[in-house]
Design a protein around this ligand. Structure first.
Ligand SMILES: Cc1cc2nc3c(=O)[nH]c(=O)nc-3n(C[C@H](O)[C@H](O)[C@H](O)COP(=O)(O)OP(=O)(O)OC[C@H]3O[C@@H](n4cnc5c(N)ncnc54)[C@H](O)[C@@H]3O)c2cc1C
Ligand SMILES: NC(=O)c1ccc[n+]([C@@H]2O[C@H](COP(=O)([O-])OP(=O)(O)OC[C@H]3O[C@@H](n4cnc5c(N)ncnc54)[C@H](O)[C@@H]3O)[C@@H](O)[C@H]2O)c1
Length: 483
């Protein structure tokens, strides 16, 4: 620090305005009206979720669903069938932008929260230059030095571009950020990676009219999930026209994404692969944004994978420093980042301690929903994990068509399957479901799991007919009696 830089003192600073960081600053400032709290942000007000990740992707995926259903128009009695190739991507992107930046949109909500709580928003790139001390450089080159009694690191993550693939970086591939702003429909989109981002966006762009090929280096997409679920989803996506090249490692890329590219590689059994396409989307995992934030100067230990090393309460190695969300290696979900906020809030207020909640972080539920059509949703242990851990279980499994609501919806909505596993004590161990709108079925199952009640508490409920949740009664009744 140069001698002419004075240090501004704050009670709490969040480096990064993502999910957990912003809520910590807003809440701390509300609970301590005399405190000085600041959030440092270099680009995205409120972090990735509202700007470039969850909400924009779901908005665009919904446009793809409408396009898909319009193409089935006559099945609903409409006088026409819209051609998928006619989708106007400029309008799709404009609708997404309006959700973010339009009047009353997500950015207005964020600005309102800063104004309401009095937490200060500081625009600029932050970097530790000493313990709990951050230098912020604004886009105009101006500098400030801020020191917090408490500092929360919430720097998030970015798309990983695999350096081992020759020519990939030079081909200027799209990440989710550029993909969600693309105003043209790619002729042939190659998606590198069959995880959450890859699978959700592959289906959406197939529905917009692109030829789409997903390349996954493992033997199947969504590699952590149960084979029966993934096989069915893969089959549904293939029937929609998405192509998959699994067990495939791309070694070389030539050309430029947006124009023409050639991807060369091989399968695990040695067959060579060559794909000619127009665009590449990299969706091959994330890298934490911790490499440029001055961790060493801040005395903050990183793990071998570059995450901030934290304990059960999100405390980093440096005194008074916390890390939350993707940058701390928490499962990459906005709802988990939000729970990281609750952990830090409750720890700071003394509501939780190592004595009262020794497994506050490691013991939590991590549910998720994949926003394909049909959706896939999950909580608890997967069947393959139960087998690997030698846990005895019984399975209830039904086609989603047994959830009668699905029969009242559009074409293809009866595709899917639901599966629940229960233990020797009749408590629910895991729940996975593939079907239209099934993400909304998770809460009741989560609550039953959290309360540790028997699965029969769900099968004995009276649930309204014909809602989707009614199907839970049929599913849980399909669990065989204990022998
Ligand atoms: C395409 C896509 C779709 C997704 N969909 C879902 C979904 O449907 N549901 C779900 O739960 N999760 C989803 N996720 C995951 C979810 O977006 C992340 O887990 C979540 O946004 C992480 O929040 P965070 O607060 O940890 O980080 P972020 O939201 O990334 O916030 C970090 C912020 O810190 C800023 N920053 C970083 N370094 C600095 C610095 N040195 N100085 C100043 N500012 C800095 C960044 O600009 C950023 O704004 C999706 C992710 C992607 C990529
Ligand atoms: N609906 C949701 O909640 C949602 C949606 C999108 C993203 N997310 C979150 O964001 C995270 C990041 O998503 P993601 O899809 O980038 O990562 P991911 O970890 O989910 O999937 C990456 C996939 O790419 C594969 N891969 C890696 N390198 C490859 C290569 N060189 N060639 C081919 N395949 C390769 C991996 O085997 C893996 O299957 C997810 O883990 C998830 O937590 C959540």
């Amino acid at each position: 620090m140069s001698s002419d830089q004075s240090v501004e003192h704050y009670d709490l600073i969040s480096l990064g305005s993502g999910e957990a960081g912003k809520f910590i600053a807003w809440t701390y400032r509300t609970e301590h009206p005399d405190s000085k709290c600041a959030v440092i942000e270099r680009k995205w007000l409120g972090g990735s979720c509202p700007n470039i990740a969850c909400l924009p992707s779901k908005n665009v995926i919904y446009s793809a669903k409408v396009a898909h259903e319009a193409a089935e128009g006559t099945a609903f009695g409409l006088p026409y069938m819209a051609a998928e190739s006619k989708v106007n991507m400029k309008s799709v992107i404009a609708r997404k932008k309006a959700m973010i930046d339009g009047p009353g949109g997500l950015m207005d909500v964020h600005k309102g929260n800063f104004k309401r709580t009095g937490a200060e928003l500081v625009w600029g790139e932050g970097r530790f230059i000493g313990p709990k001390t951050i230098e912020v450089v604004g886009s105009d080159g101006s500098k400030r030095v801020m020191k917090g009694d408490k500092v929360v690191i919430c720097t998030g993550s970015r798309a990983r571009i695999d350096d081992s693939v020759k020519g990939l970086k030079e081909s200027k591939p799209l990440t989710h950020i550029e993909m969600l702003d693309l105003e043209e429909i790619p002729r042939h989109l190659v998606v590198l990676g069959g995880g959450y981002v890859g699978v959700e966006l592959a289906q959406a762009w197939k529905r917009f009219g692109s030829e789409v090929t997903v390349i996954e280096k493992h033997e199947r997409i969504l590699k952590n999930e149960d084979e029966d679920m993934v096989e069915l989803l893969t089959d549904i996506l293939q029937r929609e026209g998405v192509k998959f090249s699994t067990d495939t490692t791309i070694t070389e890329v030539t050309g430029t994404s947006g124009d023409a590219v050639i991807l060369k590689g091989r399968t695990t059994c040695g067959a060579s692969v060559e794909i000619n396409a127009s665009h590449i989307l990299v969706a091959a995992g994330r890298t934490p944004n911790n490499d440029t934030m001055g961790a060493e100067q801040g005395g903050i230990k990183l793990t071998s994978r570059g995450f901030v090393d934290v304990d059960e309460f999100n405390r980093a190695s440096a005194d008074g420093v916390f890390a939350v969300g993707d940058c701390a290696g928490s499962p990459n979900f906005t709802h988990v980042a939000y729970d990281d906020f609750r952990i830090v809030r409750d720890f700071l207020s003394g509501k939780i301690t190592p004595e009262t909640d020794p497994q506050r972080k490691s013991g939590r539920q991590v549910p998720w929903t994949l926003f394909t059509a049909p959706e896939m949703a999950h909580v608890g242990l997967r069947e393959h994990e139960l087998k690997a851990q030698g846990i005895k279980y019984r399975v209830g499994k039904l086609p989603i068509a047994a959830f009668l609501r699905t029969r009242t919806l559009g074409p293809g909505e009866t595709e899917g399957v639901a599966k629940v596993t229960v233990g020797e004590d009749d408590k629910i161990l895991g729940f996975t479901v593939l079907g239209s709108g099934v993400g909304d079925l998770l809460p009741v199952v989560q609550l039953a799991m959290k309360l540790g009640v028997k699965y029969t508490e769900i099968s004995n409920l009276i649930l309204t007919h014909p809602t989707l949740s009614e199907g839970l009664v049929f599913l849980f009744s399909a669990v065989p009696e204990r022998s």
